[in-house]
Design a binder for this molecule. Structure first.
Ligand code: ADP
Ligand code: MG
Length: 352
């Protein structure tokens, strides 16, 4: 069967929605490019409870709908379950894109990491009963390992589809209560290199706290936004040349850091860390050498956690947070790292 026919048939039989089918609830977030609400469907779909999330977006909504449609077909489990997107035009507000997802759950990774209970709060969400192991860095390391494994697994399927997210951060990772795994959300800054959608990097959309040092994801030498047929032929080559996926790997490395070091979890601490790292020419090993001698108990505990099992956690982290994109592993290579020793991991629920 032709993929195109399948996609067409899928769209034909999927339920569609309009404004009047939706009751908007409380606001969940909002930036310069859109506002996000909780909501519910007036007519509940048979299998689901009808709890949804709605994003009303400006001009970038079109790209976000396109990305979500693509993810739905190519790697559904790695991102929040997208239901439908449409353009709503009113005399008062002009045109707005409406995007609808299934409500995946109450907590983002940001909410969970900010809690004093982290990472045990995540363990409780993933497992039915607590592990037969005393609390301490070894157990915490296992939980963090599991979270990292789920994030990299989701990223690998996104990257294998040709999509680079470009805004990976704890706020854009939702815990799906149904699948008991973390899923990626917010494809508003994403780029699909295989078809040239959103090809020109929109640097202003990027979050500086989690951004890799390279300003442009694709080298400025590469031709500007090619038309679709050209891009399809060209982009695998561009991908190999520029390795744009490694931008997301750097951001994921910073999430790893924040999970290991409680002292780096606040915005101000992360910004300060970024400044320190820049001063060390983005050399994490040099950074460690400057901070470790005068480190407090909290920082020392983070190093201790990463140093477990001969320092394989530290080894993985330093490979991800590197100045040169080329020296960072792909998501697939990171998953094959010995840090993800299968014995140590909790349930992975790697359903795909
Ligand atoms: P933006 O960052 O552009 O405001 P997001 O897509 O990141 O928009 O959504 C904003 C917030 O809404 C998220 O941080 C999360 O708390 C919540 N959210 C988004 N999608 C979902 C979903 N499918 N299920 C539950 N909560 C969601
Ligand atoms: Mg977001």
């Amino acid at each position: 069967f032709d993929m195109f026919v399948l996609a067409f048939v899928e769209r034909l039989f999927r339920p569609t929605y309009k404004k009047d089918d939706i009751v908007l609830g409380k606001k969940l977030g909002g930036g310069a490019f859109g506002v996000v609400y909780r909501g519910s469907l007036v007519k509940k779909p048979s299998s689901k409870d009808g709890e949804i999330v709605v994003k009303k977006a400006t001009e970038y909504g079109a790209v976000e709908i396109w990305m979500n449609e693509r993810v739905r077909r190519a790697c559904a489990n790695s991102c929040a379950d997208f239901m439908y997107g449409f353009l709503e035009t009113s005399a008062k507000k002009g045109s707005e894109y409406w995007l609808i997802w299934k409500f995946e759950g109450e907590s983002t990774l940001a909410d969970l990491v900010q809690s004093k209970e982290f990472p045990y709060n995540v363990e409780a969400l993933i497992l039915d009963k607590v592990q037969d192991m005393p609390k301490g860095i070894e157990r915490e390391n296992r939980i963090i390992q599991t979270i990292m494994g789920q994030l990299l697994f989701a990223l690998d399927s996104l990257h294998s589809t040709g999509i680079v997210h470009r805004d990976i951060k704890p706020q854009n990772i939702i815990f799906s209560e149904e699948s008991r795994t973390f899923k990626i959300i917010d494809l508003g800054a994403a780029t699909d290199l295989r078809v040239g959608i959103n090809y020109i990097p929109k640097e202003f959309l990027l979050d500086p706290r989690y951004s890799a040092p390279e300003q442009y994801i694709m080298s400025t030498q590469t031709p500007s936004a090619p038309s679709a047929p050209v891009a399809t032929a060209l982009s695998p080559v561009l991908w190999q040349l520029n390795l744009p996926d490694r931008f997301d790997i750097y951001s994921t490395g910073l999430i790893f850091m924040q999970m290991a070091f409680p002292g780096l979890r606040s915005d101000s601490a992360l910004i300060q860390f970024n400044r320190q790292l820049k001063r060390c020419d983005y050399d994490l090993i040099a950074w460690r050498e400057t901070v470790e001698p005068r480190a407090g108990a909290e920082l020392r505990r983070g190093f201790e956690l990463l140093d477990l099992d001969g320092g394989i956690g530290w080894e993985l982290l330093t490979s991800m947070v590197r100045y040169k994109a080329r020296q960072r592993p792909s998501a697939k290579a990171a998953l094959a790292h010995p840090y993800f020793d299968k014995e140590g991991l909790l349930v992975l629920s790697f359903t795909q």
